[in-house]
Design a protein around this ligand. Sequence first.
Ligand code: APR
Length: 241
Amino acid sequence: MKMFESVIDQIKKFKKIAVVTGAGISQESGIPTFRGKGGLWRNYDAMKLATIDAFYDNPKLVWEWYNERRKNIFQAQPNLGHKAITELEKYAEVTILTQNIDGLHQKSGSSKVLELHGSIVKIKCSVCDYKEEILTEIFELPPHCKCGNIFRPDVVWFGESLPQDVWQNAILFSSQCDLMIIVGTSLVVSPANTLPIYAKQNNAILIEINPESTEMSEGMDVVIRNTSAEVLPKLVSLFKN
Ligand code: APR
């Protein structure tokens, strides 16, 4: 409790804030998480839908799943948690390092968002790498590139590496921040789950916001066992002078 009080007392001194987010921050926007209660993976076999082998094995099934998620995401609105992080930009330099592909941080008005796992609105050709953004549903599944090959979602699948430029920036910012807020992630997927380690190596303060404990809760300076939409507005209000 002492640590919690001392961090809260000095909250205004933090000027370079990294916010690592996962599916949990979008849960209150109606987008199911992967591993929590009612999580997406409960109904689907993850390995059948989010790997390059699964894609080549059954591109139509993978496209149908992403189309279903895209429909859900297009209807989703940023919640109080997203909006609080956007407001935090008034008081400090904020960089969001998100594992989410739903674009809700950008929709909320946050200006510096690194999408570690890609974006559901981006697609790329599976051969020539031509990229496109899609803002409506796709009906012909799988869609074809003008080179004749099929498009794939421009997201990072299990076993694939993250976009190098994005990952390098994520490490750089994690190593330079003085506060890292880790919200709505189970921290089970690497390399995103190494970002708190980079921050800690730079003596940053780590605050975890999650209704459940995670594998890294022990290493956090402050753990707030509640939802992001509940906690973030209150936390950000402490930065107001
Ligand atoms: N507020 C905050 N946290 C929440 C909320 C909420 N309202 N609801 C659930 N959570 C927490 C859960 O307790 C869980 O720890 O959010 C976390 C969600 O964990 P996951 O479903 O594993 O999502 P995430 O950590 O983002 O997964 C990482 O795995 O499947 C891949 O690429 C996918 O980006 C994803 C990655």
